[in-house]
Ligand binder design. Sequence first.
Ligand SMILES: Nc1ncnc2c1ncn2[C@@H]1O[C@H](COP(=O)(O)OP(=O)(O)OP(=O)(O)O)[C@@H](O)[C@H]1O
Length: 290
Amino acid sequence: MSSATIEAPVRTSTSPMLQLTNLSVSYDGKPAVQNVTFSISSGERYAIIGESGSGKTTVCMAISGFLPRNATISSEERSFQGVPIGATKQKTLIAPRVPGVVTIFQDAMSSLDPVSTIGKQFTAVLNGVRKTSAKEAIERSEGILRSVGLHDVDRIWKSSAARLSGGMRQRVMIALALAAEPQLVIADEPTSALDASLARETMEVLSELTATTGAALLIVSHDIALCARYVDHLVVMRNGRVVESMTPQELAAQAPGSSYGRGLLDSIPTLSNWDVERLRTIDANQEFTA
Ligand SMILES: Nc1ncnc2c1ncn2[C@@H]1O[C@H](COP(=O)(O)OP(=O)(O)OP(=O)(O)O)[C@@H](O)[C@H]1O
C-alpha cells in the first residue's frame, strides 16, 4: 500500500456556507429550539455548547436532515451552499440528507456497520463520492486512516467495527466521514464516550483534518473548556435559545459569573480550581440573553 494525501478543495465563495435564520423546531407541538440564528463560512470551526436538553442536537439535525417525523420546523432561512435545506412549509418534515454535510455521532457503533469490514465500508463511501477502483480505495483509505492516527492499516481494513476498541472506532468513523469529502462535518458529542486524553486527541484530529481539507466543523458538546481550545466560535444554548455567541478569546476575557457561558466554564473542575471548597454553580432562575 502507498500513502495518499487529502487535497484541500478550492474555495470559491466568501458568503456563509451554512445560514440559519430564526430556526425553530417543535416536537409534537412542544418547542425544543426557538429562533436560532448563526452562520458558518467555509473552513470555520464552530461549537454549540449547552446543558442537556438545551436543543443542540435538534439544531444539528435540522442542518443535516435527520429530524424525526414528529418534528415541526420553521425558519426564515435554512440553507447550505445557498440551497434551502428541505422544504420549510411542510408541517411534518423529514428533510433529505444534505449533500456535502456529514454527521459523526457520539456512539461510533450506531454509525458503523458492526459486521461488514472497515475496508468494505470505506469502498462504499469512496464509491459514493466517485467511481473508485479497489486499488485506489485501498490507497486512499490508507492515507486517511493514517491521517487520523491509525497506522495498523491492514488489520483495520480487514476488521469489522465490533473488533476494534472504542477509540479506534471513533477514529475510523472520523476517517470514513472525511472519505466522503464533506464541506461541513457535524460532530455530535464526539468525545463524550471517551476518556480525557482520547477526547483531546479526537478534538485535535477533527480540528486538524478539517483545517487540512478546508471543511467547516460544527461540534456539539457539553464541554465548553475542551471546545474553546479547538474552535473559532462558540454558540451557547439554553432552553432552546442561543444565549451567547462569541470567540474563545471573548469567553476567556469575561469575568467569572458574568455570563451563562462563563458560568459553564467556571463549573468545570480543573487543576487550578481543584482545591476550592465549592465550584461556582449557575442559578437556574437567572436570565441570560444573547
Ligand atoms: N424525538 C423527540 N421527540 C420529542 N422530544 C424530543 C425529541 N428529541 C429531543 N426532544 C426534546 O427536545 C429538547 C431538546 O433536545 P436535544 O436532544 O436537542 O437537546 P441536547 O441539548 O442535544 O441534549 P443532550 O445534550 O442531552 O443530547 C429536549 O427537551 C428533548 O426532550
